[in-house]
Design a protein around this ligand. Structure first.
Ligand SMILES: [Zn+2]
Length: 388
């Protein structure tokens, strides 16, 4: 590979850095701030902005009046610029949204489904109904791991090794796909409670527990794209056999499945969400049996988090789904059991355990992030400039 970088290469790199900065920013910034952020001169920044405006990627708008000095402009996504579509596919529902550079999302359509892979054709039809020339890429969040990026396993629906190629065909727009728990974590790292944290973890607790390790704002995927199955580690010493084939998984003790099992419901088939909510309500209203079940769930959660913190040393851990309720109702239980699971020398500085702020929108937000990641590349920007 050539070691020399031409001025065209450098310009393409800076164009992507500028777009990336606008996309990642919590609030719009000025051209002068862009120059500072990228470590480039003001004239260079002006030339980059002009090119991106020409390619309908960025737009300059007058800043809010108020401060002293010269009026200035803010850099915002171009109103006719590219769009990413994002899909959140869950065990029982799906949602389609359109997402601008910078992350502003508009929900387009959604619904329940019949729990068979036929739903992918329904989603494709919805994409076609909303497709415009501006659509550049589609990000897809699905429950269940996606082995090697193309084999889908959703045990709650009985989907085993379903080939994605048969579901997302050549007639789809350019599509990138990832697991919902990982994408919820990515959303927290990019736009939520974990923004700016170098090493962090996120756990989404629904029927069971899924999660991801986040380093420098990106989610770890592993050699076969199936990293992050923290719920299938024997962290709490259960003797039960899990549907995954392992005995004693953490997921058997944390989440809605563990709650409903104590009340005689059949866990493990994506059923019982209502009963789990009912148990939470009863615990809040002082029902002892429900309160015990909630305590056990929170204790098992804390215990597992302590063990994982020993291994991975996160600065902060965010939780979504049922995890938010567990923090709200049983923070002390979670923290006490986390501390118990931490090696003694770590206990003075335990990881902060926080509720995610992206919340329910996590998988959809993360799906939009991987969609934009797929196109915010030098190659794509070069092509876009050529076509302008
Ligand atoms: Zn398991």
């Amino acid at each position: 590979m050539s070691q020399t970088m031409t001025s065209a290469d450098l310009r393409a790199r800076n164009l992507v850095r500028l777009l990336r900065a606008v996309h990642d920013a919590a609030a719009p910034f000025t051209r002068a701030e862009a120059a500072r952020l990228l470590g480039i001169g003001r004239n260079t920044a002006a030339a980059l902005v002009a090119e991106l405006e020409q390619a309908r990627l960025l737009h300059e708008v007058p800043a809010e009046a108020g401060g002293r000095g010269r009026p200035t402009t803010m850099l915002v996504p171009h109103p006719e610029g590219p769009l990413a579509f994002a899909v959140d596919f869950r065990e029982d529902t799906w949602t389609l949204a359109s997402v601008e550079l910078g992350g502003a999302a508009t929900e387009l359509e959604g619904g329940e489904h019949d729990r068979t892979p036929r739903v992918f054709a329904e989603i494709r039809a919805a994409v076609a109904r909303h497709e415009t020339d501006r659509l550049a890429v589609l990000g897809f969040a699905t429950s269940g791991p996606i082995r090697d990026g193309h084999r889908l396993h959703i045990s709650h629906l009985g989907w085993d090794e379903v080939e994605l190629g048969g579901l997302i065909g050549a007639d789809w727009p350019t599509t990138v796909i990832d697991n919902d728990a990982r994408l919820a974590g990515l959303a927290e790292a990019r736009r939520g409670a974990l923004r700016g944290r170098g090493t962090a973890m996120h756990f989404h607790i629904d029927f069971d527990i899924g999660g991801t390790l986040l380093i420098g704002g990106d989610a770890q995927r592993g050699a076969h794209n199936i990293a992050g199955e923290f719920g299938h580690m024997p962290l709490t010493g259960s003797a039960l056999e899990c549907m995954c084939g392992v005995r004693g998984c953490w997921s058997l003790d944390v989440g809605a499945n563990a709650l409903v099992r104590r009340f005689g419901a059949r866990p493990g088939y994506g059923e019982g969400r209502e009963l789990a909510r009912e148990i939470l309500r009863r615990a809040e209203n002082g029902d002892t049996e429900a309160a015990d079940a909630l305590d056990a769930n929170a204790a098992a959660l804390g215990r597992g988090l302590g063990a994982l913190a020993n291994a991975l040393d996160p600065e902060a851990i965010s939780l979504s789904g049922l995890g938010v309720d567990l923090i709200r109702l049983r923070r002390e239980v979670i923290e006490a059991h986390c501390a118990e699971g931490l090696m003694a020398f770590r206990r003075t500085d335990p990881p902060r355990i926080v509720a995610g702020t992206v919340g329910e929108a996590g998988p959809l937000t993360g799906a939009a992030e991987i969609a934009w990641d797929a196109i915010l590349t030098e190659e794509w920007v070069r092509r876009r400039l050529q076509d302008a």
